[in-house]
Design a protein around this ligand. Structure first.
Ligand code: APR
Length: 244
């Protein structure tokens, strides 16, 4: 274990309250592509404004629906990695000591067994109505299709994720800000720190901030320690009970 990893593992042992802010890199070793990694990131191949905005969906609902369908299928086939599992195991051993705040819509923290995950950007496995549902929408089965629609008013179903330009869910964001303000330690894992308000949580953290990322991120300047490594390799070292 390197000196820095050892030091952070000591901070973990001493911390009463830990907040873990995760991004797409947390799931990279499960086989879920990140967004901004050069070449491999989704945004290297697709234009977010053409796929992850309400306007894009209204302009071309089938294309957007199909793109999410492909991601859903891919995510359903992967498993939580050693990083997700180490976090969930720590939470089982130490209830109410670690809060998971994630930008990920893949549900892998939840599938690893982490309780009370604050999913700031929603969940790709769920749908919701695009427009406020009328009685017709809620009382009849939507007509199958890509996307499914209300048989009466044509209201469309959409992935229950937060698109660019949309507000984050208020309850989750408020709870995440509270977790940041009361933490003794914040682990910032696998995020480029490019997207706000999620990235802002690392800047309001009361405790020490540790970035876990194999590459430089926009939150390195907010960190007390930067660990250049991967989530699946480092989190087990940081969170597993040391000797004695
Ligand atoms: N372990 C840890 N970090 C990793 C790993 C890994 N195995 N592999 C890559 N990373 C790092 C990358 O270096 C990068 O800094 O993960 C980060 C992923 O950054 P992004 O692709 O920008 O993803 P994220 O920060 O989660 O994006 C934020 O933007 O596109 C929107 O809504 C989407 O939630 C997403 C938000």
């Amino acid at each position: 274990m390197s000196g820095d990893v050892e030091q952070v593992a000591g901070w973990v042992r001493d911390a009463r309250q830990i907040a873990l802010l995760s991004g797409a890199g947390m799931s990279a070793e499960s086989g879920v592509p990140t967004f901004r990694d050069a070449q491999t990131g989704l945004w290297a191949k697709f234009r977010p404004e053409e796929l992850a905005t309400e306007d894009a969906f209204r302009a071309n609902p089938q294309m957007v629906w199909d793109w999410y369908a492909v991601r859903r299928e891919m995510i359903a086939k992967v498993e939580p990695n050693a990083g997700h599992l180490a976090v969930a195991a720590f939470q089982r051993r130490h209830p109410n000591r670690l809060t998971v705040v994630t930008q990920n819509v893949d549900g892998l923290h939840q599938r690893a067994g982490s309780p009370g995950v604050l999913a700031l950007h929603g969940n790709i496995a769920q749908d919701k109505w695009l427009d406020a549902p009328g009685d017709c929408c809620t009382h009849m089965e939507p007509v199958a299709g890509r996307p499914p629609r209300c048989a009466k008013c044509g209201n469309m179903r959409r992935p229950a994720v937060v698109w660019f330009g949309e507000m984050l869910p208020a309850r989750e964001l408020q709870a995440a800000e509270e977790a940041a303000r009361r933490c003794d330690l914040m682990l910032v894992v696998g995020t480029s720190g490019a997207v706000y308000p999620a990235a802002g949580l690392a800047r309001i953290a009361r405790g020490k901030v540790v970035v876990v990322n194999p590459h430089a991120s926009e939150l390195d300047d907010a960190a007390d320690v930067v660990l250049r490594g991967t989530a699946a390799a480092l989190l087990p070292q940081l969170l597993e009970e040391g000797p004695g």
